[in-house]
Design a protein around this ligand. Structure first.
Ligand code: SF4
Length: 429
């Protein structure tokens, strides 16, 4: 059973009389367990819908759904599938105690992997989950592989029960499911020959694996640093060599690099980023793969207004500090505004957490306080949740009231300065 949270005016749901609190029980006699059942089972033009209204009245609707008429039903938030692993680098262990409760949920949910591109390990899949993935064709899925050597993977995930990933992916692939994959690089554990084997094994799954990214492990002040450490520059360079060799083969045989290093990996290795064309459709940009080149491409293609006379602050984390000047140079040329980069260390998680998306509201307030010379400040949209609240529970509205300039959230500059929507996804694990 799932429950209605909202119904859009003018929708089919409203015409049926569904309302907040209505229990959606079954479609065509099949019990509804989550949003996937709801979306897939109501996609037909004709179906029987069994509901219980908040008044307790049970109704069965014989629904004729004209093409293009949306159901218009927003469901209550799903119960997230919990993670069965205990990775040493888990972001949950790296949280300071003061954060709100939902940030301590270890999610590992294939449904969110399909819907939002969250990376999942698939270690908690039951046979009926796999059957659903195939039945609903939940493809592509975003999968945290980390290592194809079963022992190393179990060690990385701290899960002795983790199934072997290559047969698992191959089984789903045989039924038409495709994957974007990632390896979180843990030095001394899944780098070196283990990484080479992982890339080779994933490549061996042919077109089932659409891409693989190699991302250096990210740690906070609170992570289990006695168990896991950040990679050195030399280790990142070595990983890039493995990535490069694999990409060269893929380019020759498949026409695409297929295997990518995250921007952070290049940054830590002190190596230049590949050109934009390397990343194709930037399929893993929300995972920090080609994110800088994507921004440059967006800026080059967007039609910006003339903003001359404006002084605009761009607030970011220390990871993007060295990379953004080249992006902002293009933005200044396109808009004729003056841009000032404000690089902010993370006061909540510690200086080793460099991503802009984990900056708390207090950090932005501190950076912008007293900056009346700025007419506008652009803040990373990924630092807020759907309710426009930062990690430390400071809301965007509160922040706006406490700083002397207009603030706008932005994923890619074009969204904030031209009004063009940006694509964005939440990526975890
Ligand atoms: S990092 Fe992801 S997979 Fe690992 S324990 Fe945390 S939530 Fe689970």
């Amino acid at each position: 059973m799932i429950r209605v949270a909202k119904v859009a005016a003018g929708s089919l749901g409203a015409a049926l009389g569904l309302e907040p609190g209505t229990e959606l029980v079954a479609v065509n006699g099949r019990a509804l367990t989550d949003f996937l059942d709801w979306e897939f089972l109501t996609a037909d033009e004709h179906f029987m819908l069994y509901v219980k209204q908040p008044s307790g009245e049970a109704i069965e609707f014989d629904v004729e759904r004209p093409e293009g008429w949306p159901m218009g039903v927003t469901l209550e938030a799903p119960r997230i599938r919990r993670c069965a692993n205990h990775c040493d680098f888990c972001f949950v262990d790296g949280n300071p105690q003061a954060l709100r409760a939902p940030l301590f949920i270890r999610d590992d949910d294939y449904r969110l992997s399909f819907r939002y591109g969250n990376f999942a390990t698939l270690t908690n899949l039951k046979p009926w989950d796999e059957a659903r993935i195939v039945e609903y064709r939940l493809s592509p899925l975003y999968v945290s592989v980390h290592a194809t050597d079963p022992l190393v993977r179990r060690f990385v995930l701290r899960n002795p029960e983790a199934p072997e990933i290559v047969p698992q992916l191959a089984g789903l692939a045989a039924q038409g499911i495709r994957f974007h994959t990632q390896v979180v690089l843990v030095p001394g554990v899944n780098d070196g020959p283990v990484l080479v084997r992982t890339l080779r094994d994933l490549y061996g799954l042919d077109d089932a694996v659409l891409s693989v990214s190699v991302v250096p492990v990210a740690l906070t002040e609170f992570s289990k640093r006695h168990l896991v450490r950040a990679p050195t520059a030399a280790e990142c360079k070595a990983a890039l060599v493995a990535v490069g060799e694999c990409a060269e083969r893929a380019l020759a045989e498949r026409g695409v690099p297929w295997c990518y290093g995250a921007d952070d990996l290049y940054l830590l290795a002190g190596e230049p980023l590949p050109p934009a064309a390397w990343y194709g459709d930037f399929e893993q940009r929300e995972n920090g793969v080609g994110a800088v080149r994507y921004l440059e491409t967006r800026i080059a293609m967007a039609g910006f207004p003339d903003l001359r006379g404006q002084r605009i602050g761009v607030v970011t984390g220390t990871a993007m500090g060295p990379l953004l000047p080249q992006v902002l140079a293009g933005l200044a040329q396109a808009t004729r505004a003056v841009f000032e980069l404000l690089v902010v260390p993370n006061p909540l998680f510690g200086p080793d957490v460099t991503t802009a998306g984990l900056l708390p509201g207090a950090a932005f307030r501190e950076a912008l306080r007293g900056r009346g010379d700025l007419s506008l400040a652009l803040l990373p949209a990924e630092a807020t949740n759907d309710d426009a609240v930062f990690l430390d529970d400071v809301s965007v509205d509160d922040l706006a009231r406490s700083v002397p300039m207009e603030i706008r959230l932005s994923y890619d500059f074009a969204d904030a300065l031209t009004g063009e929507p940006a694509l964005a996804r939440v990526v975890e694990n």
